[in-house]
Ligand binder design. Structure first.
Ligand code: HEC
Ligand code: HEC
Length: 255
């Protein structure tokens, strides 16, 4: 090996060491800046500070309130304004006891009194006892704002099926009919022992037109008294565009 090559090797080796050092410094700095950025983002307002602690049960209740579409009927944070048939819940924690609130969530309210209007669905078979406790804690805390407890956004201008897929989550259909409309959610006291799927041969043959699907979503269908879970009434809550989007989404599921 000639002398010039050796010099070159030493230079290359030196450069490699220098590179490792530089990469190390950059990575170290990146780790640090990420950490300080996170602190600023999470802190409320503009100044960095400790993250505000929310009672975990109240926080879980706020997320459940969104997941089970309570917010879609009672308004975000239970402020009402969605339909004259659905009460606001802002003062409910002061008016009702824990036992009464559990009873309403587990067993629903008013489903047989007037089936032509929205009623409070029966959730007892669908929502766990822990989740009901969390929902009650959230209601009794006055439905405070909880970061990230926000309903699924509905994409616009991406076609009806995409919007319908988002509505399926936003309006909580997924909790009762399963992901992809696969069904399988127990409904032990009902004749079928389960909430029906929105896919598969039986569903397709019974609900073979968009009108039939829209009609049952609009009117709901009361199978019996609590603890039997029935199909909620969405008339006055969903719009015609929403029904069309949901039908388009259901059409994309397994035949
Ligand atoms: C499909 C719409 C709908 C959904 C979804 C819904 N509710 Fe209701 N809810 C109602 C209606 C309608 C009433 C009034 C029933 C009546 O008085 O006959 C009601 C009543 C109530 C009441 C009693 C209010 C009062 O003033 O007496 C509580 C509490 C309540 N809902 C909590 C919830 C919670 C918690 C969820 C989510 C797990 C939820 N609701 C989901 C429609 C809905
Ligand atoms: C609280 C649980 C629950 C929720 C939430 C719910 N459903 Fe249902 N749904 C049912 C039950 C129970 C039935 C069966 C009713 C019957 O057989 O008469 C049903 C029936 C249906 C049917 C007819 C299928 C069949 O075989 O009877 C369609 C379509 C449907 N639901 C769509 C929806 C859509 C869309 C949403 C959301 C906007 C939704 N459901 C939300 C419980 C629910």
């Amino acid at each position: 090996m000639r002398k010039r090559d050796n010099v070159l090797l030493i230079l290359v080796g030196g450069a490699a060491v220098a590179l490792v050092v530089v990469v190390g410094i950059v990575a170290f700095a990146a780790g640090h800046s990420t950490r300080s950025t996170t602190t600023v983002t999470v802190a409320s307002g503009t100044t960095a500070g400790p993250v505000e602690q929310i009672d975990p049960s109240v926080a879980a209740g706020a997320h459940d309130f969104v997941q089970f579409a309570c917010a879609q009927c009672h308004g975000e944070q239970g402020k009402g304004g969605v339909s004259p048939d659905v009460p606001a819940l802002v003062d409910i924690g002061k008016q009702e006891t824990v036992t009464q609130l559990r009873q309403i969530i587990d067993h629903g309210l008013g489903e047989s009194a007037n089936p032509t209007k929205p009623y409070m669905p029966v959730w007892g078979e669908v929502i766990s006892r822990k989740q009901v406790s969390d929902l009650v804690a959230y209601l009794r805390a006055g439905l405070p704002e909880v970061p990230n407890a926000v309903p699924q956004a509905v994409p616009q201008g991406q076609g009806e099926a995409v919007a319908g897929g988002a509505l399926y989550v936003r309006y909580g259909c997924i909790n009762c009919h399963g992901p992809n409309g696969l069904g399988g959610i127990p409904n032990p006291q009902s004749p079928d022992k389960a909430i029906p799927p929105l896919s598969g041969a039986d569903f397709r043959s019974e609900f073979d037109t968009p009108e039939k699907i829209t009609e049952i979503i609009r009117t709901g269908s009361v199978l019996g008294r609590a603890p039997i879970v029935s199909m909620p009434h969405w008339g006055g809550i969903l719009t015609d565009a929403d029904y069309n989007a949901l039908v388009a989404y259901i059409d994309t599921l397994k035949p």
